[in-house]
Ligand binder design. Structure first.
Ligand SMILES: Nc1nc2c(ncn2[C@@H]2O[C@H](COP(=O)(O)OP(=O)(O)OP(=O)(O)O)[C@@H](O)[C@H]2O)c(=O)[nH]1
Ligand SMILES: [Mg+2]
Length: 561
C-alpha cells in the first residue's frame, strides 16, 4: 500500500524563490498604480488591486514565520481525515453525514501565541484552533513548526455559507492542498470554478488524490495520469500531484514530506502574494496596455480649440470694437476742432462693451478687478463649436490610449467647462488692448488743426470787424495783402482749406492705424484666450496623460518578477 499511497508523481515545482523585498517593491508599484488612476478608472475594475494591497500588507506584517495551508475540496473527499492524519489527533470530526465540516478548523504546529493574530485575521474561531505541540512528540513534529493547517468546509456544498467561507479563505491562505477522491476527481465544479482560477498560483498549489486505497494498485497510476491531464487543461501544469490514504499513516508520507518542505522554505506566503500580484497585474494590463502616451494634446487640435475659444469669448466683436474705437478716438483727437466736441458726445465703441474707455475716463469698469464685460454671449453655434473643439482635443490626446482612458481624458477636458465663460470674460476685460495711450502724432495733428482753426477764426474776426467798421461809416483798416488776396480772407480760407486738407490726409492714415490696432489687439486677445484654454482645458488633459504614464510605469514595475 505505501508504495502507492505515498507516491509523489511530481516533485515540488515551486522552487523559484520569491525575494521579500522584491515582492514589497511590486506591491508598492501596485499602490502607485492605484494612486495614479484614482478617480480616473472605474472603481469596480480596481477592487482586486485594492484588496491585494490591503491583504498583502496585513499578511506580511502579521507573521512571515508561519505558513497557512488549507485543505480544500468537495464534501467527503477526506479533508478532515487528512487534517486529523497530519495532526495525528482527532481534531476535526469526520462524519458519514455530508457535509460534515461546517466551520474552518485550524491546527497550529508550534506555540499558538504567534499564530493567534494570523488566525484572528483569517477568521478561525478560537474554539476551533488546536495546537500540535506536546513534550512527548515534540521532536517528531519539529519539521512542521510554523505550519497552520486549515480544514475547510466543502466548496461544492449545498450550504451557501460553506461556499462563501471557502471562497473567503482561499483568498487569504498561503498554500492550498486540493483534495479529490477517485469518484469525483473529474467533477466540473472543482476544475472550472476553482483549479482553473488558481492557475497563477501554481507555485502554492498541491493536488492530492485521496482515498487511493479504494483503487487497485494498477488503477492508481491510470487515475493520476487522467487527473494530471485535467490539471494541464486547467493551466496547472507541473503542480505537485500526490496519492494519499488518510486512513493509513504510510499513505500520508508524501503529503507530510511536502508540508515539511513548504514549512522549511518559508516561501509559500511570498509565493502566494507574488501569484496574487501576477493575477492583478494581468487583469490591469488591459486597462493600461503598452501605448506610449502622447506628450500632450496635439497642435492641430489646440489651434482649433483656441479658435473656438476666441469665438466664444467674443474676440471678433472686441477687435471690431477696437478698430472702431481707434477711429473714434483718433477722430476726436485729430478732427476739425469745431466738430470734435460733437464727436465726443458719441459713445466710445469699447466703452459700450464695458471695456477700457479712452485714457482718463474715470468711470472705467476695467479698472475694477471683478470686471465683467458686455461682450455678447456666445451663440449656440459658437458654444457647440467650443464643445466640439474640446472633444477633438480629448480625442486626439487619447487616440493611442486603451479603451478605459479616453473617457477620463474627455471628462478632464470638460471638467472646467462651467468656469470657462467667466474666465474668458475676465481675460478679455483684463487684456491690454493697446489703446490706452494717445499716439504723439494725434496730438501733433490736433495741434495743427487748432492752429489752422485759430487762423480761420482770426481771419473771420478780422473780416467781420472790417465789415462792421464799414457799416458804421468808420474808417476802415487797410488789409495787408498776401499776393492778390487780403490777409484776413487768406487766413479764413487758408485756415478752412488747411483744416479740410489735414482732415482728408489724416483719414486714410487713421484707417490704416486702426486696422493695425485691431490686429495688435487680436494678437493679444488670442494669446490671453489661449492661456485660458491651457489652464482650463489642456492642463487637466495633461494631468490625466501624466497619470496614465505613471500608471503604465507603475504596472510595468509591478509586473517585474
Ligand atoms: N478508505 C478511505 N476512506 C477515507 C479516506 N479519507 C476519508 N475517508 C472517509 O471518507 C469519509 C469522509 O471523510 P471526511 O474527512 O469527513 O471528508 P471531508 O472532506 O472532511 O468532508 P466534509 O467535511 O463534508 O467536507 C469518511 O467516512 C472517512 O472515513 C481514505 O483515504 N481512505
Ligand atoms: Mg470535513
Amino acid at each position: 500500500m505505501s508504495n502507492i499511497a505515498g507516491r509523489v508523481r511530481e516533485v515540488f515545482r515551486g522552487d523559484q524563490r520569491v525575494d521579500a523585498d522584491a515582492l514589497i517593491a511590486r506591491l508598492d508599484a501596485v499602490r502607485r498604480f492605484l494612486t495614479a488612476v484614482d478617480g480616473l478608472l472605474p472603481d469596480g475594475d480596481l477592487v482586486p488591486a485594492h484588496t491585494l494591497v490591503e491583504r498583502a500588507g496585513t499578511r506580511l506584517a502579521l507573521s512571515r514565520d508561519h505558513t497557512v495551508v488549507a485543505l480544500a475540496g468537495a464534501t467527503g473527499s477526506g479533508k478532515s481525515s487528512l487534517f486529523n492524519a497530519l495532526a495525528r489527533l482527532e481534531l476535526s470530526p469526520v462524519g458519514v453525514r455530508r457535509p460534515t465540516t461546517g466551520v474552518t478548523h485550524a491546527c497550529v504546529w508550534g506555540p499558538l501565541e504567534g499564530a493567534n493574530h494570523l488566525l484572528d485575521w483569517i477568521g478561525v474561531l478560537p474554539r476551533h484552533r488546536f495546537v500540535r505541540e506536546s513534550a512527548l512528540d515534540a521532536d517528531d513534529e519539529t519539521a512542521l513548526h510554523g505550519l497552520i493547517l486549515l480544514d475547510l468546509p466543502d466548496f461544492d456544498s449545498v450550504q451557501r455559507s460553506h461556499r462563501l467561507e471557502v471562497d473567503r479563505l482561499l483568498g487569504l491562505v498561503d498554500q492550498v492542498v486540493w483534495v479529490v477522491d477517485p469518484q469525483k476527481y473529474a467533477d466540473r465544479v472543482i476544475h472550472d470554478s476553482y483549479l482553473r482560477e488558481f492557475h497563477r498560483h501554481r507555485d502554492v498549489t498541491v493536488v492530492v488524490l485521496n482515498q487511493a486505497d479504494r483503487l487497485s494498485p494498477a488503477e492508481v497510476p491510470r487515475v493520476l495520469d487522467d487527473l494530471r491531464r485535467l490539471l494541464d487543461t486547467d493551466g496547472l501544469t507541473g503542480v505537485p500531484l500526490l496519492a494519499t490514504t488518510a486512513v493509513d499513516p504510510a499513505g500520508m508520507v508524501g503529503l507530510r514530506d511536502t508540508m515539511e518542505r513548504t514549512v522549511a522554505e518559508r516561501q509559500a506566503a511570498l509565493r502566494r502574494l507574488a501569484g496574487d500580484v501576477d493575477t492583478v497585474v494581468a487583469d490591469l494590463d488591459q486597462l493600461v496596455g503598452s501605448a506610449r502616451p502622447a506628450g500632450g494634446p496635439d497642435d492641430t487640435a489646440v489651434n482649433g480649440l483656441n479658435r473656438a475659444l476666441a469665438g466664444a469669448a467674443g474676440v471678433p466683436a472686441v477687435t471690431e470694437a477696437v478698430e472702431r474705437a481707434y477711429r473714434h478716438r483718433a477722430g476726436a483727437a485729430t478732427g476739425w476742432p469745431v466738430v470734435r466736441g460733437w464727436r465726443r458726445l458719441r459713445p466710445d465703441p469699447l466703452r459700450r462693451l464695458h471695456l477700457p474707455g479712452p485714457p482718463g475716463d474715470q468711470s472705467d469698469p476695467a479698472e475694477s478687478l471683478v470686471a465683467a464685460t458686455s461682450v455678447p454671449d456666445p451663440t449656440a453655434a459658437q458654444r457647440s463649436a467650443l464643445g466640439l473643439a474640446i472633444r477633438a482635443v480629448a480625442d486626439r490626446a487619447a487616440a493611442d490610449l486603451p479603451a478605459a482612458w479616453p473617457g477620463a481624458v474627455t471628462s478632464a477636458a470638460r471638467s472646467r467647462l462651467g468656469d470657462l465663460p467667466d474666465a474668458l470674460d475676465r481675460t478679455i476685460a483684463g487684456t491690454d488692448l493697446g489703446l490706452d495711450r494717445r499716439p504723439v502724432w494725434w496730438r501733433a495733428v490736433g495741434g495743427v488743426q487748432w492752429l489752422v482753426t485759430i487762423a480761420a477764426v482770426v481771419g473771420l474776426g478780422w473780416l467781420v470787424l472790417g465789415y462792421a467798421l464799414r457799416v458804421l461809416g468808420l474808417p476802415a483798416l487797410d488789409n495787408p495783402m498776401v499776393g492778390a488776396v487780403p490777409l484776413p480772407t487768406a487766413l479764413l480760407l487758408g485756415g478752412l482749406l488747411a483744416g479740410l486738407l489735414v482732415a482728408a490726409l489724416t483719414r486714410p492714415v487713421v484707417r490704416w492705424a486702426a486696422r493695425r490696432a485691431r490686429a495688435r489687439a487680436e494678437q493679444r486677445l488670442t494669446a490671453r484666450v489661449a492661456q485660458v484654454g491651457d489652464e482650463y482645458v489642456l492642463t487637466p488633459v495633461r494631468i490625466v496623460l501624466g497619470s496614465y504614464a505613471q500608471a503604465r510605469d507603475a504596472l510595468r514595475d509591478a509586473a517585474r518578477r
